[in-house]
Ligand binder design. Structure first.
Ligand SMILES: *[C@@H]1O[C@H](CO)[C@@H](O)[C@H](O)[C@H]1NC(C)=O
Length: 286
């Protein structure tokens, strides 16, 4: 008996763990680019559902257009089939009239409901006590019903709080504006930078060209100096040669003069020598 009890309590524990795991609501992306938190577990009244959204900084979903309704149904059908009991964020502010045309309001934003998707014969305010709105499992295609708010057996749908959504919209707009301004400034900066780089390149090119020209001129000058130096060298060499020639000529002439003088002398003295010789001979023979 004890074993059986232990097993059954274990099974209960497992079931409650599974239930707990299942109870985590899931996020789904709509084709409108927005996200919706869907809780399928049938265990919340409207106030609890409202609180479940609020404690996550969310709101019970507000379905203000046909398009949004269709986007939601497209999310829900693969999850639950044809319909399901899910609280949405509308109430009639505890209106006591049994009036199908009484006003309903989206509770978080306070906006009056304009688009609606009521099931047949609703919102009937049955027993003057049906002030909260839900998608109704008893009618096809997630049509709406009014019901008493403390019916504790529904799931719910949350979405980002409308203030957060607005804030995000404003932020995104500002980010876009700032990005545009930044891009313009950066664009201008790059443009100016490019222009400066361009003019720097041109200046460098000019300097290079001038340097080339300068080198050419220098080379020309060097060539000219070399040529003139050569001419001068040749001229001086020629002058030096002619000076040397002149000197040689003078030396030669002097030589010639000396030689002829010596010859004259020799002739003169040889005659005298002959005479002297004869004189000596005569003296000796005497
Ligand atoms: C929903 O969209 C967000 C952001 O685009 C993405 O990170 C996330 O994975 C999507 N979730 C699902 C279930 O497709």
């Amino acid at each position: 008996m004890d074993t059986l009890r232990a097993i059954s309590s274990l099974i209960l524990l497992i079931i409650s763990i599974i239930n707990f795991t299942n109870a985590v609501p899931q996020w789904y992306n709509g084709t409108d680019g927005r996200r919706y938190l869907v809780e399928g577990e049938q265990k919340y009244n409207w106030f609890q559902a409202f609180h479940e959204c609020a404690r996550r900084n969310l709101q019970l979903v507000e379905i203000e257009s046909r398009q949004k309704n269709e986007i939601l149904i497209a999310i829900l059908k693969p999850l639950f089939g044809n319909s399901h009991n899910l609280w949405i964020g509308a109430i009639d502010e505890y209106n006591g009239q049994k009036n199908y045309n009484r006003p309903f309001y989206w509770h978080s934003s306070g906006k009056r409901m304009t688009f609606s998707y009521w099931s047949d014969s609703n919102p009937d305010n049955d027993r003057n006590d049906e002030h909260c709105v839900h998608m109704w499992a008893s009618k096809p295609n997630y049509k709406w019903n009014d019901h008493h708010c403390d019916w504790p057996r529904l799931g719910f749908i949350c979405e980002d709080h409308y203030l957060q959504a607005e804030c995000r919209k404003v932020s995104e707009k500002k980010i876009t504006q700032i990005t545009n301004v930044a891009e313009t400034v950066v664009g201008e900066y790059y443009e100016q930078q490019e222009a400066q780089i361009d003019s720097l390149k041109k200046a460098l090119d000019k300097i290079e060209t001038e340097e080339l020209h300068f080198k050419e001129q220098l080379n020309e000058l060097l060539t000219q100096i070399e040529a003139e130096t050569n001419t001068l060298l040749v001229k001086y060499r020629m002058e030096m040669n002619s000076m040397v020639d002149e000197r040689n000529r003078v030396l030669h002439n002097t030589n010639l003069g000396l030689r002829s003088a010596i010859e004259v002398l020799t002739k003169k003295f040889s005659k005298k020598l002959e005479t002297t010789k004869t004189d000596y001979r005569n003296i000796l023979q005497e």
